[in-house]
Design a protein around this ligand. Structure first.
Ligand SMILES: C[S@@+](CC[C@H](N)C(=O)[O-])C[C@H]1O[C@@H](n2cnc3c(N)ncnc32)[C@H](O)[C@@H]1O
Length: 230
């Protein structure tokens, strides 16, 4: 059962991503006009990593953020709890390490990575602070945690466009693809996700410091970065 709008049980989230895995990349490109690649590239810039860095990409899905990290010379692990999404990632980059894992209980030791990233995944965590805490735990002190997420713009004209897009266009896309649940969950999960200042505060509580964030795409996309406390 759905607890509240934009909240699904873990099993339902996993099943939903398993179902939409086959057309996830196409939908991403259509819904963002291809801009998602640029946002992922900025997320990697913020992680301040390079050749030889060990990086974990949590909720990696079909793997684009992990693949961008690998392109910059990092040693990457892409982890996700949806086998079907991981299968797509593996198909794109079989040479990378893809592992099935729940972000709320990561199967990695403390301080194992130089950085951790999550792209459009944190919104789905049933316990956000715990998921962010897990990312902080597996990253060494001083290493960075980067969160790339959709956020709700507060000022017109983007706030108006956003309401029309999310409340009217995205649900129609859902009906056309036969995935009404997934594409009504998307806008409601964005609405209930904390705004930029609250997300930064949650990251601080989860073990990070020196929090800052960048808003881009007219205030629709937020990139947060923090350093793991020693
Ligand atoms: C919207 S997709 C984002 C995928 C990818 N990071 C990207 O940037 O396109 C969200 C992903 O988060 C994964 N996910 C959600 N909750 C998770 C959890 N608790 N543990 C592991 N993966 C999770 C889903 O399976 C899905 O692949």
């Amino acid at each position: 059962m759905t607890a509240a709008p934009g909240v699904l049980e873990e099993g339902q989230v996993r099943a939903m991503f398993d179902r939409i895995a086959g057309f996830y990349d196409l939908m991403n490109s259509v819904m963002t006009a291809g801009l998602h690649h640029k946002w992922r590239s900025r997320a990697v810039d913020l992680a301040a990593v390079g050749p030889g860095s060990r990086v974990l990409d949590v909720a990696t899905g079909t793997g684009d953020l992990a693949i961008e990290l690998a392109r910059r010379g990092c040693e990457v692990v892409g982890s996700d709890f949806s086998p079907e999404m991981l299968e797509r990632a593996r198909g794109k980059a079989p040479e990378l390490r893809w592992e099935q894992a729940n972000a709320l209980a990561l199967p990695y030791g403390d301080d194992e990575f130089d950085a951790a990233t999550v792209g459009f995944g944190a919104r789905n965590f049933s316990d956000l602070e715990r998921g962010l805490g897990e990312m902080a735990r597996v990253v060494r002190p001083g290493g960075r945690v980067v969160v790339l997420e959709i956020t709700t713009p507060t000022r017109p004209p983007l706030s108006t466009f956003y309401r029309v897009w999310f409340d009217h266009v995205v649900p129609v896309i859902g009906r056309l693809t036969g995935e009404e649940q997934a594409y009504s969950y998307l806008p409601s999960s964005v609405k209930r996700f904390p705004g930029p200042a609250d997300l930064a505060a949650t990251m601080e509580r989860a073990g990070m410091e020196r929090l800052r964030w960048i808003l881009t795409a007219g205030g629709i996309i937020a990139l947060h970065v923090g350093e793991v406390r020693g």
